[in-house]
Design a protein around this ligand. Structure first.
Ligand SMILES: CC(C)(COP(=O)(O)OP(=O)(O)OC[C@H]1O[C@@H](n2cnc3c(N)ncnc32)[C@H](O)[C@@H]1OP(=O)(O)O)[C@@H](O)C(=O)NCCC(=O)NCCS
Length: 240
């Protein structure tokens, strides 16, 4: 039977862009691929202390040039996945794939362009809080696993504009991403989530989605905003 290998992504009829829509009452929030025009929205969010103090990855201060190079790479990653799905057989089974082509949260507006809100993405775990040798061994072993291997350990990165914190958006976005794409289309079965110690909101987002706190490790970190965070919460999720 003919089907779209993009299932269950929807397609915007005007732009052709694939997207996932959050369920009601958050149906005005969609998850799409990155757009090269997102830079002007990303820069203020990633310089906002309420966001960047909890993120290890992005540089601080976050400059337009950082956004430009990040967007080029992230959009290319998404395009590679979309092209792979485009080439896959339309009458074979839905292809299991190693990533999600949509990741950017946007608020749709009836009378104008949508608003960039944040990012949520899955990647193979790199064990940042293990001792260097263990970290290297575990990461390499995890990276070697075949696409769809149920023993792959995944990790999640996310952030949301502070103007929209506390409305249930990230909890629902995580649930949507897991049930619509990560579980059925990537074969995700195990996730290890890591958040800096004291990031109560992030821990709650994970707990509300069935993650269980395993431990809190002591580990001095200098975050992107130059603050030292002494430790991280490690949570696990297993597919049931
Ligand atoms: C963490 C973050 C993604 C949460 O997104 P969000 O959409 O605001 O979260 P939700 O509204 O879905 O809230 C989930 C739960 O956390 C609670 N919560 C959210 N922010 C909180 C905060 N700062 N302090 C305490 N609780 C908080 C909510 O009350 C809710 O719990 P409840 O349903 O039991 O009341 C967002 O705050 C953020 O972007 N923070 C900065 C970046 C970051 O920390 N990223 C994660 C890195 S691991």
């Amino acid at each position: 039977m003919y089907h779209s290998q993009l299932h269950p992504l929807q397609i915007d009829p005007t732009t052709g862009e694939p997207f996932l829509r959050l369920p009601a009452p958050l149906q005005n929030i969609i998850i799409t691929p990155p757009r090269l025009s997102d830079g002007a929205s990303i820069v203020p969010i990633l310089n906002d202390n309420a966001v960047c103090r909890w993120l290890q990855g992005p540089p601080y201060p976050y400059l337009p040039s950082h956004a430009e190079s990040w967007l080029a790479a992230a959009k290319n990653d998404s395009d590679v996945i979309l092209n792979e799905l485009e080439r896959a057989s339309k009458d074979g089974p839905l292809k299991i794939i190693d990533a999600c082509p949509v990741r950017i949260l946007r608020e749709t507006n009836a009378n104008g362009p949508d608003t960039f809100l944040g990012d949520i993405f899955l990647h193979r775990c790199q064990y940042p809080y293990e001792e260097p040798t263990t970290k290297q061994e575990l990461s390499a072993e995890n990276a070697r696993k075949e696409v769809g291997d149920p023993t792959i350990v995944w990790c999640i990165g996310d952030y949301l504009a502070s103007s929209h914190h506390g409305r249930g958006i990230m909890s629902t976005a995580l649930k949507t991403l897991l049930t619509a794409w990560a579980i059925p289309r990537m074969g995700v079965r195990r996730i290890r989530a890591e958040t800096f110690r004291g990031n109560v909101g992030s821990v709650r987002v994970f707990e509300k989605n069935g993650f269980v706190l395993e431990k809190t490790v002591d580990h001095g970190e200098v975050t992107t905003s130059g603050k030292r965070i002494d430790g991280a919460h490690i949570l696990w999720w297993e597919y049931k």
